[in-house]
Write a protein that binds this ligand. Structure first.
Ligand code: GZL
Length: 307
């Protein structure tokens, strides 16, 4: 049985069951809820004992949870880092304790790549770029300036930094496209609504909203309709994720384009945990498969969406 102390295999009981400590960002969005479900269901299906913590979008709670897992001598630690920076110390503690770490969903900016075994998740720059490229195509014949407002994810988060980067690079292809305002809405519906209200008060002419996730876009819908504007027509809305509520808004023509970001990372995570625990080599980066949707494509895809 594994878990014998001199193999440094952590604290799994002698029944050979692997114990995983998982620190989750929070429960801020439909994407996150689906991601948590995928992780919990996959752990059960894989026979992996899961210790799960919800950090309520606070980095200090994630660091606390990881330290607890180290104390409990789990076999493997996995987490989705709420922000990119500030992880080296606690990851070094896990390494010194001989506990392998797997990054899921979001990445860290640690220079020392030996602090984690692999990163399983999407290419957020690509998601932002695909969103921008679609807009460039839509507005290629626009004569005057096209005013864009941007709802960012939580400050410092990899998806916020990278989606902003990818989108900005893509729209540079069309000088008419201008981001006139860009603020964090923290990936939540409430945040998206609140910031969109401010944008609508400050800017009489808003042509496009780029929201870093569906939930902020859905919150913004309330502000847009309250301001007497028609979402999807007066304001073109582009989001990321493609969770059910976002896909419904897209099918209804309230959103115009979504770049998918799959939350269903559970099965791959559990496979990786078994390999890492067994000391097998794993690729340093595993990128999730995902696509994009227009309104027509959303109508077709909706019946089969899992989340
Ligand atoms: C992306 C994930 C983001 C989602 C948001 O992989 O980290 O966090 O896009 C979620 O919906 O809150």
């Amino acid at each position: 049985a594994c878990g014998n102390s001199d193999t440094g295999g952590g604290g799994s009981k002698d029944d050979g069951k692997i114990t995983m400590g998982f620190s989750q960002v929070g429960a801020e969005s439909g994407w996150r809820t689906a991601n948590t479900t995928s992780i919990k269901e996959s752990a059960a299906a894989a026979g992996i004992e899961l210790k799960f913590d919800d950090a309520q979008q606070k980095q200090e709670n994630q660091i606390k949870a990881i330290r607890n897992y180290i104390q409990q001598k789990v076999d493997v630690i996995a987490f989705s880092p709420v922000v990119e920076s500030g992880w080296d110390t606690v990851l070094k503690e896990a390494k010194d304790a001989g506990i392998p770490v797997i990054l899921t969903d979001r990445s860290v900016d640690s220079a020392d790549k030996t602090l984690y075994k692999t990163f399983l998740g999407s290419d957020f720059v690509k998601e932002g770029r695909l969103a921008g490229e679609w807009l460039v195509e839509q507005k290629k014949s626009a004569s005057g300036p096209v005013n864009i407002v941007e709802l960012q994810g939580n400050t410092g988060a990899a998806p916020a930094n990278d989606r902003k980067k990818g989108f900005g690079e893509a729209i540079a292809a069309n000088p008419n496209l201008k981001i006139i305002a860009s603020q964090p809405g923290d990936f939540t519906r409430a945040g998206g609504k609140q910031v969109m209200e401010q944008f609508l008060k400050a800017y009489p002419k808003i042509d496009v909203l780029f929201a870093h996730n569906d939930d902020m876009g859905l919150g913004a819908l309330e502000a847009i309709t309250a301001a007497g504007k028609t979402p999807g027509k007066d304001i073109t809305i582009i989001t990321v994720d493609a969770v059910k509520d976002g896909m419904q808004a897209l099918a209804d023509g309230k959103f115009n384009f979504i770049a998918e970001c799959s939350p269903l990372l559970g099965p791959q995570l559990m496979d990786l945990a078994k390999k890492v625990h067994a000391g097998e080599e794993v690729p340093p980066r595993i990128e999730t498969e995902e696509t994009t949707f227009t309104t027509e494509q959303a109508k077709e895809a909706l019946p089969n969406r899992k989340y």
